[in-house]
Design a protein around this ligand. Structure first.
Ligand SMILES: Cc1ncc(COP(=O)(O)O)c(C=O)c1O
Length: 427
């Protein structure tokens, strides 16, 4: 078939993220509705990865679309330095009710990377404002926190940031918490905490998304957080991916005994409609900046910080999280994902199938090292496209992270297609 104009013009002028543009096959999508998106020829695809894990209530969800539409006609934007508006205030107030009780202040930015970047800068300046030099950050091996320099520095995925490594600040990476190894991990952690140089511990709680949905133990993570607290080291939960129902609860932190000092939110915050990041902090963190001394000001902000339309989308998405049917869907999807991964764990071509809440990951056996750059998932990706499913594997890991409105039939269709693909491979 001759290449369409949109594809030709895209190739001529657009540089896409996370793809090698040489030989990239970019698919134009022109419409979305609920679980589905449609290409320029009207072909329907099930969005099995929630468009990079952002979509929670379905594409073009009428309630969120309506909230945005009302806001666009009222106030599209106003600078957030020196000004405020009702949508941001309402959002902050509502977030204060659903995040851990000690978290009461909300700093706005544009995306997940900036939410984390802000958290890291806040943690460093928190100590600076208190007259202490604490410049080191601890994170988990395999963590991904984004693509700005601070969040890249706290990221630990092979080859991801190689060209920039000389410029990244040095972080300390400890093993993700697992029951079998937690005693050793805690003693290594404590040796670092004792130095008095650590500003914060940042972590992807329970699921390390970009590393291929690696999952760790909640109780052991709580032990790590408790130890950090014993040494007054700030704890930063990167809930950019895990937030808003993905793990079966509103936040992954809701599975834990210990709560963070700082929580970073984005992706599902606006239901997947608009870019918005939030760095949520306790009053203790906020108070270290609250001063007559101007030098203690947090000098960070973006032109579109607190954009009213993005905040309206977030308020619309939160309305839907207050409805029982959303949580019924989360529970239904979680049960189906659980059944699938239990079944697939017996499959000879699968290393491991794992699941937490609505997140399922199927790690294919591969001769190459298992990493983001492993080629195994590329074939699977193409196969799923021919079957009308968008699933963007991470290396050799097939990931199913659907919008919560997905029907049981559509999930079963995704599962049957994955199993058909595995049988093709076996043959
Ligand atoms: C855990 C986590 N943190 C941060 C980010 C970065 O978010 P963004 O792509 O919005 O910058 C991501 C993106 O996938 C993520 O999964």
């Amino acid at each position: 078939m001759e290449e369409s104009i949109i594809k030709k013009e895209d190739r001529a002028h657009v540089w896409h993220p996370f793809d090698q543009m040489k030989n990239a096959n970019i698919l134009p999508i022109v419409r979305g509705e609920g679980t589905y998106v449609y290409d320029e020829h009207g072909k329907k695809y099930i969005d099995g990865f929630s468009s990079w894990w952002v979509n929670t209530h379905g594409h073009c969800n009428p309630h969120i679309a309506n909230e945005i539409s009302k806001q666009v006609q009222l106030l599209e934007h106003v600078a957030f330095g020196g000004f405020t508006h009702p949508q941001a205030v309402r959002l902050a107030k509502r977030l204060a009710e659903i995040t851990p009780p000690a978290i009461q202040k909300f700093f706005f930015s544009d995306n997940g990377s900036t939410a984390n970047e802000v958290a890291l800068k806040m943690a460093i300046q928190y100590w600076y404002n208190k007259g202490e030099q604490r410049n080191k950050v601890i994170a988990l091996k395999g963590d991904y926190h984004g693509d700005t320099f601070g969040s890249m520095s706290a990221t630990n995925i092979d080859n991801m940031n190689t060209p920039f490594e000389p410029l990244l600040f040095e972080s300390i990476f400890i093993a993700p918490p697992q029951k079998e190894t937690i005693t050793t991990t805690l003693s290594i952690l404590e040796s670092h905490l004792k130095t008095g140089e650590i500003a914060c511990f940042i972590y992807e709680p329970l699921v390390q998304g970009a590393s291929g949905m690696l999952m760790h133990d909640a109780e052991s993570l709580s032990q790590i957080l408790a130890l950090c607290k014993q040494y007054n080291v700030l704890t930063v939960a990167d809930e950019v991916f895990t937030g808003f129902g993905r793990t079966g609860k509103l936040f992954a932190s809701n599975h834990l005994e210990e709560q963070p000092d700082i929580m970073c939110l984005s992706k599902g915050l606006t239901g997947g409609f608009l870019a918005l990041g939030i760095t949520a902090v306790t009053d203790t963190v906020y108070d270290a900046f609250y001063s007559d001394d101007k030098g203690k000001t947090f000098l960070h902000g973006h032109s579109y910080t607190g954009n009213p339309i993005a905040c309206a989308a977030a308020n619309g998405a939160l309305d839907l999280f207050e409805e029982q049917h959303t949580w019924d869907n989360v529970e239904r999807i979680s049960m189906l994902q659980q059944e699938l991964t239990e079944r697939l764990n017996q499959h000879p071509l699968i290393n491991e199938a794992r699941c937490l809440g609505t997140i399922a990951a199927i790690e294919l056996k591969t001769a190459e090292a298992t990493s983001y750059f492993n080629n195994k998932g590329k074939d699977a990706y193409k196969y799923f496209l021919t079957k009308g499913i968008l699933l963007r594997p991470l290396g050799n890991v097939i990931v199913i992270v659907p919008p919560y409105c997905i029907s049981t039939d559509d999930l079963h269709y995704i599962y049957a297609t994955i199993e058909a693909y595995l049988n093709l491979e076996k043959a």
